[in-house]
Design a protein around this ligand. Structure first.
Ligand code: BGC
Length: 762
C-alpha cells in the first residue's frame, strides 16, 4: 500500500492558510449549453503561466508510486498559491481537500479550483472485489452499482476524480496488473468499462455524489512483452484496433470525463507521445472533448525511453501528441513556457488542453462551489456504511467461480461435523482487501475462517491451522520481494488437524501484494511452501475444498488433478469471508465465469481463447496436435468457464434466417434447461467466427452474453440478435467494416463447449 502523508500537515506547519472568504455564485455553471462559453471566458482571462499551471498535477503526499519530480514542497505551495497548479492527486478527506482548495481560492488571482484525483480502483474504504475478480460476475448492473458506491465514498471524502476504470486487455497472467482490469476479452472489457464509468459518473457529473472517471491506460499497457511491467509492446495496427482499443472507444462514447495515457511504447512510439492515439483517434476520429492526464511521470520517462534528450524535448513531443496534464513529472511546468516563447510549440495547443481541463471542472460544478464535495456529514455517514457492506457482500458472492466440484463435495453436506480450515490465507484479514486498496483499513476484511464460522450450521466444529506463511517480511507496496517463506514447521499441526477432520477447507494462493503495479512474476504457481502444504494435506485427507485467493490466473495443474473441489475467490474485498462462507454452505449458488484463461503452466502464457488459426492449426508434420512437445495446448480452465451447484443443458441453435444483409438481422435462439436440483444462474455466451476475412481473424470472438436464472427443471429460450455491428471489425482497408462472407455462430456456457450454426452476410 502507498503510505500517504497528508498534505495538510506540511502546509499547516508552514503556517500559510488563511480564513475562507469564498462566496457561492448565484448562477449555476453546469448547464452544458453555456459551459463552452464560460470556458472561453475564463481562458481569455488567463496568462500563459496560469494556462500552463492548469496542465500541472502535483502529488499531495510526499510518497510516490514512481520517481518524484524533486520539486520541493515549499515551491509546490508557492505554485498553488499563485494559481500555477491545476490538480492534485492523493489528497483525500474533506478536511485535507478543503485545506488544499483554500490555498488556491484564497491566494490565486483567478481562483480556478483544483481537481483532486485518487486511485479508487475497487473501493475507497469499503472494498469490493479486485476488478478482475468482479469481472467474473459478468454482471454489468452489479459492476455499475459497486462503482457507484465506490464513487459515493470517494466524493464523500472530498475527492472529485478516480483514476479508473483500468481497461487494459491482458492476456498474460505473469503481468501483475492483470488484476486491475476485466481480463482478456475486448467485448467483455468494453461492456464492463462502460458499466463502471456509468457507476462512477452517474447521470450528472455536477452531482456531488458522483465523480469523474478516467479511462486508462491508453494504450497497450496490458500487452507488455512477457508480462514484464512497463515493458515494450509490439502490436500492429490491426491488433491495436481490434483487440486493445475497443474498450477505450466505448469509454469515449460513454462520455468518460478523462483518459490517462500509459507508460509503455507501442512499436517504437511511447504511448504518452503518441499522436496517433491521442490526436488522431481520441480527439480526432472519436471526437472526445475531455482531457488526457499523463501517467505518473510518463512524460519525463521519454528520456529513459530514449526519444527525448531532456525534459524540454519530452514536453514538446507530448504536448504536440495531445497529453493535457502532467502527473507529477515536472516537464510541463519547467519547459512549456520556454517552448512557446521560442516558437517551438503553438500556444493553441496549450489553449486546447486548458479548455479541456476547465470543461471537466465546470462539468463537476467546481466553479459554482469549489468546496461542493466538502461535506463532513456525508463523509461520516457514507464511508464504510452498513449499506455499502451489503453491496460488497453481494459483489463478493457473484464474483466467486466454482472451478471443480467432483462428487458434489460442495455445498458442504450436513453430515460434515468437523471442518479444518488450513492455509496461509485462511485467517488473513488483509489480503482480501487487494492491492489497490485506497483507504481500506488494514486487516479489516472478514477472513475465510471468520466467514466459515459465521455460516457453518450449528453444531459443526471449525478448527484452524495456518500450516505455513507466505511472508514474514514487509509485504507493503514498496517491498515486493518477500513471498518466499520456506518454513515448514507448521505442517505437522496442519496435517494432524486434517487427519482428524471430516473435511478440509484449504485456503491458498497469493498475498494481495503479489499482484498489482510492479508485481509481475515469472512463475504463476504457488509461492513459498504452498505446493508441499497442498500435497501434505491432500495425503492426510481426500476431502479437500481448495479456496483460492489470487489476483491472476495461476498454475493449478496438480491441484486440478488431485483436489476434488476448487473455488476461485480472488480478493473479494471487505466481505470476502462471508461471501465464501455463503457459497461453501450452499446459501448462495455460485455463478461466476472466468474473464481470463487459466493455463496448464506458466510457459503457456500469454494464453487467450480468441486465438487465430496458424497455417498448420493441428501442428503439422513435426509436432502432432500440439504447440508444445511437453504441454497440452488447451487452457486448464477456459475463458467463460465456471460451474454451478446445478447443471444446465443447452438445446441446438435456431436461426430465424441463414443470411442477412446491410440493414437486416438474424435472430438466434437456444433453449436452456436447469437439469439439477437447485435454482441457479447461467451466463449464456455467444461467439462468432468470421471464416474468411481480408486479414486473419480469431477462431472465435465473444459478441454477446446474457445471464439467465432458472428454477430446478425450468427451461427458457434465450434470444440474441446477430447484426452488422456484431461482425464489424478493423479490416485490411484500415476501416471499421462488415465484410461479406460466411460466419459461424456459437452459443454455450464457456468458450469451449459450444453449439454451432452457420450464417452468411451478403
Ligand atoms: C499508475 C496509474 C495510477 C498512477 C497514480 C501510476 O503508477 O500506473 O495507474 O493511476 O500511478 O497513482
Amino acid at each position: 500500500m502507498k503510505k500517504r502523508l497528508a498534505i495538510i500537515g506540511v502546509f499547516l506547519s508552514l503556517g500559510l492558510l488563511a480564513f475562507s472568504t469564498y462566496k457561492k455564485p448565484v448562477v449555476k455553471s453546469t448547464d452544458p449549453a453555456d459551459i463552452e462559453q464560460k470556458v472561453d471566458s475564463v481562458l481569455a482571462l488567463m496568462t500563459l503561466e496560469e494556462k500552463i499551471g492548469q496542465m500541472v498535477q502535483y502529488n499531495g503526499s510526499w510518497d510516490v508510486t514512481g520517481p518524484a519530480t524533486g520539486t520541493d514542497n515549499e515551491k509546490k505551495l508557492e505554485n498553488l498559491k499563485n494559481g500555477l497548479v491545476g490538480s492534485m492527486l492523493n489528497v483525500t478527506s474533506v478536511e485535507h481537500t478543503r485545506e488544499a482548495q483554500k490555498i488556491v481560492m484564497e491566494n490565486s488571482r483567478l481562483k480556478i479550483p483544483l481537481i483532486f484525483g485518487y486511485d479508487v480502483i475497487h473501493g475507497y474504504q469499503t472494498m469490493f472485489p479486485v476488478p478482475l475478480g468482479e469481472s467474473a460476475s459478468w454482471d454489468l448492473e452489479l459492476m455499475e452499482k459497486t462503482a457507484r458506491v465506490a464513487g459515493r465514498e470517494t466524493a464523500a471524502a472530498g475527492v472529485h476524480w478516480t483514476f479508473a476504470p483500468m481497461m487494459d486487455i491482458s492476456r498474460d497472467a505473469r503481468w501483475g496488473r492483470i488484476m486491475e482490469g476485466a481480463g482478456e476479452d475486448p467485448f467483455l472489457n468494453s461492456k464492463i468499462a462502460v458499466a463502471r464509468i456509468k457507476g462512477f459518473q452517474g447521470e450528472d457529473l455536477s452531482d456531488a455524489k458522483t465523480i469523474a472517471a478516467c479511462a486508462k491506460h491508453f494504450a497497450g499497457y496490458g500487452f507488455a512483452e512477457a508480462g514484464r511491467d512497463y515493458n515494450t509492446v509490439n502490436v500492429g495496427i490491426y491488433e491495436l484496433n481490434n483487440t486493445i482499443l475497443p474498450p477505450f472507444k466505448a469509454a469515449a462514447d460513454a462520455g468518460v470525463a478523462t483518459f490517462m495515457n500509459s507508460f509503455n511504447e507501442i512499436d517504437g512510439v511511447p504511448a504518452t507521445a503518441s499522436t496517433y492515439l491521442q490526436r488522431d483517434l481520441l480527439k480526432g476520429d472519436w471526437d472526445w472533448d475531455g482531457f488526457v492526464v499523463s501517467d505518473w511521470g510518463s512524460i519525463t520517462e521519454l528520456i529513459p525511453h530514449g526519444v527525448a534528450k531532456d525534459k524540454k524535448a519530452a514536453a514538446k513531443l507530448v504536448v504536440k501528441a495531445g497529453s493535457d496534464m502532467d502527473m507529477e513529472g515536472g516537464a510541463y511546468e519547467s519547459s512549456l513556457k520556454e517552448l512557446i516563447e521560442e516558437g517551438k510549440v503553438d500556444e493553441k495547443l496549450i489553449d486546447d488542453a486548458v479548455k479541456r481541463i476547465l470543461r471537466v471542472k465546470f462539468r463537476l460544478g467546481l466553479f459554482d462551489d469549489p468546496y461542493k464535495y466538502c461535506d463532513e456529514a456525508f463523509e461520516k455517514s457514507e464511508l464504510y456504511s452498513e449499506a455499502n457492506q451489503q453491496v460488497a457482500l453481494e459483489a463478493g458472492k457473484k464474483s466467486i467461480i466454482l472451478l471443480k466440484n467432483e462428487n458434489d463435495i460442495l455445498p458442504i453436506s450436513n453430515s460434515i461435523k468437523n471442518i479444518a480450515v488450513i492455509g496461509p490465507l485462511a485467517n488473513d484479514k488483509d489480503s482480501p482487501l487487494g492491492n489497490w486498496r485506497a483507504h481500506a483499513v488494514e486487516n479489516s476484511a472478514v477472513s475465510v475462517l471468520e466467514g466459515i464460522k459465521n455460516h457453518a450450521p450449528k453444531g459443526v466444529k471449525v478448527s484452524y491451522a495456518e500450516g505455513a506463511k507466505l511472508s514474514t517480511g514487509d509485504r507493503s507496496f514498496l517491498n515486493p520481494m518477500t513471498f518466499n517463506e520456506d518454513d515448514k514447521s507448521g505442517f505437522a499441526e496442519a496435517e494432524k488437524l486434517a487427519k482428524a477432520s471430516d473435511l478440509v477447507v484449504l485456503v491458498v494462493g497469493e498475498d494481495a501484494f503479489q499482484t498489482g503495479e510492479g508485481r509481475s512474476q515469472a512463475n504463476i504457481g504457488f509461492a513459498g511452501v504452498q505446493d508441499d502444504l497442498i500435497k501434505t494435506i491432500q495425503k492426510a485427507n481426500k476431502n479437500v475444498v481448495m479456496v483460492l485467493m489470487n489476483g491472476r490466473p495461476m498454475d493449478l495443474n496438480w491441484s486440478a488433478k488431485n483436489i476434488p473441489a476448487i473455488v476461485e475467490s480472488w480478493f473479494l474485498g471487505s466481505q470476502h469471508g462471508n461471501a465464501v462462507g455463503e457459497v461453501l454452505f450452499g446459501k448462495y449458488n455460485p455463478s461466476g465465469k472466468l474473464p481470463v484463461s487459466f493455463p496448464q503452466n506458466s510457459g503457456m502464457e500469454p494464453l487467450y481463447y480468441n486465438q487465430k488459426s496458424t497455417g498448420r492449426p493441428d501442428g503439422g508434420a513435426q509436432v502432432t496436435y500440439s504447440h508444445y512437445t511437453d504441454s497440452p495446448r488447451e487452457a486448464l480452465f477456459p475463458f467463460g468457464f465456471g460451474l454451478s451447484y446445478t447443471t444446465f443443458e443447452y438445446g441446438d441453435i435456431k436461426l430465424s434466417a441463414n443470411s442477412f444483409s446491410e440493414n437486416g438481422e438474424i435472430e438466434a435462439t437456444i433453449s436452456l434447461k436447469n437439469t439439477g436440483e437447485m435454482a441457479g444462474e447461467e451466463t449464456v455466451q455467444l461467439y462468432v467466427h468470421d471464416l474468411v476475412g481480408s486479414i486473419t481473424r480469431p477462431n472465435l470472438e465473444l459478441k454477446a452474453f446474457k445471464k439467465v436464472s432458472l428454477e430446478p427443471g425450468e427451461s427458457k429460450t434465450v434470444k440474441f440478435t446477430i447484426d452488422k455491428e456484431m461482425i464489424t471489425y478493423f479490416t485490411a482497408n484500415k476501416k471499421w467494416e462488415a465484410e461479406a462472407g460466411d460466419f459461424e455462430v456459437m452459443i454455450g456456457g464457456n468458450s469451449v463447449d459450444l453449439k454451432k450454426a452457420n450464417f452468411e452476410f451478403k
